[in-house]
Ligand binder design. Sequence first.
Ligand code: PHE
Length: 446
Amino acid sequence: MKQRENWTSNLGFILAAAGSAIGLGNIWRFPYVTGTNGGAAFLLIFLGAIILIGFPVIVAEISLGRSTEKNPVGAFKKIAPDTPWWVVGGLGVFTGFIILSYYSVVAGWSMSYIFKALNGFTPGTDFAALFGSHISGFGVPLFWHAVFMLITVLVIRAGVVGGIQKVAKTLMPVLFIILITLVIRAVTLPGAGEGLSFYLKPDFSKISIQTFTDAIAQAFFTLSLGMGAMITYGSYLSKNDNVSDNAVYIISFDTLIAILAGFAIFPAVFALGFSPSAGPGLVFITLPGVLAKMPLGSLFGFLFFLLLSISALTSAISLLEVVVAYVVDEKGWERKKAAQIIGFIIFLVGIPPILGYSSLSGFSFLGMDVLDTYDWFANNIFLPLGGLLTSIFAAYVWKAKNMMKEANSAPGKITLGKGYAFLLKYIAPTGIIIIMIFNIWTTFVG
Ligand code: PHE
C-alpha cells in the first residue's frame, strides 16, 4: 500500500490546522458575537469553553487521527472494528459536505467584495440595499461560489504537502500581516476608543444561559471540531510530534486572530460614526459604509476582503479534505478525481442557499432562509453531536488512558494526566449535552 503522506514539518501541521481553524468564524462571526454579548465578559466565558471543552476534544481528535492514520470513518473503524461507531465519522464527513456548500457561498460574497472595494465604495450609497441586491442576484453569487470551489478543488488535488501545506505556509503569514496592518490603521483613527470600549468593556448584565451556549458553539465552530477535520489533519502528523503542544499552538493562534479581528473592525466602525450591527450585516453593510468615509478606504477595503477570503479558503480546504480523504481511503478513489467530483457535488448543494435570497425566498424553517438553515443544523446539531460522540468514544471506547498514551508518545512541554482525563470523561460531554438540550429547547419550545 502507498505510504500515507505526512506534513513535512511540525510547523506545516500547525499552519494547516490553524488555517482550518481560522476562518469566517474568527473574522466575521467572533467580533460581533463578542460585541453584542457583553464584550470582555463574553471573552472570559469563551476562553473557559475553549479550555474546558475545546482543548480536550481537539486533543482527542488529533490523537485519533495520528494513531490510526485514517480519515474519520476509517479511524473509528480501526479502533472499534465491527461496531457502529464508524457512523460518527460518517456524520463528520456529511457535516463537512454541508458546511462547505454554504461556507463557499459566503466566501464568494467576500471575493466579489474584494473587487467592489477596489472600485471604491461611494459615500452615501445604501449599502444594505447594495448587499441585498448582490445576494438576491443569481449569476454573480453563483459565479463566485464556483470560483471559490474551483480554487479549493485545485488545492486538494495537489495533495497534502504540495497543496494544503504549501497554501497554508504561504497564506497564513500573509493573513497575519494584513490583519496587523488593519488593526494598526483602525486603532489609530481619531475616536477609536469608543469602539474599543464597546468591544471589550465587560458588561455582565448581558450574560445569560444563552451566552454560555453561544460560547460553546463558537468554540466548536472556530476550532473546526466535531466533524473530523482535526482527525484527518492529525492522520498526516508524524509520530515524532507532540499532540498537546500542537493543540495549544492551534488554539492560541485561533483565539489571537479572533480577538485581533475585533480590534480591526470596531474602532473603525465607531470612529467613523457608525453603530455596529450583528450578523452578516457587520462586514458586508456597515463596513463598506465605514470604508467609504475613510481615507484610502479602497485600499483597506481590498485588504479586509482579501483577508476574509484567505481565511475562508484555508478553512474550506480542510472541509473538502475530510470528504476526499474518506473516499480515497475507504473507497479507493484517486485523489484528483475525488477532489473534482466531490467539489462539483458540493458546488451543486450550495445552489439552494444562493436561491434562498431569490426564487426560494419563500422557504422558511423556523423563520430562517436556506443558508441559515444549513448553518443552524451544522452548528446546533451536527458539530456538537459529533464532538459529544467523539469525546465519549475517546474516553470510554478507546479509553482515556490509551488516548493519552498516543498523545503523550512524543516528548513535549505538556504531558497529559488525570486532570485531562477528567475534562475528557466528564466536563466536555456534560457541557456539550447541556448546550444541545438548551439550543433545541429554545428553538422548538420557546
Ligand atoms: N473553523 C472554521 C471557521 O472558524 C470553520 C470550520 C468548521 C472549518 C469546521 C472546518 C471545519 O470559520
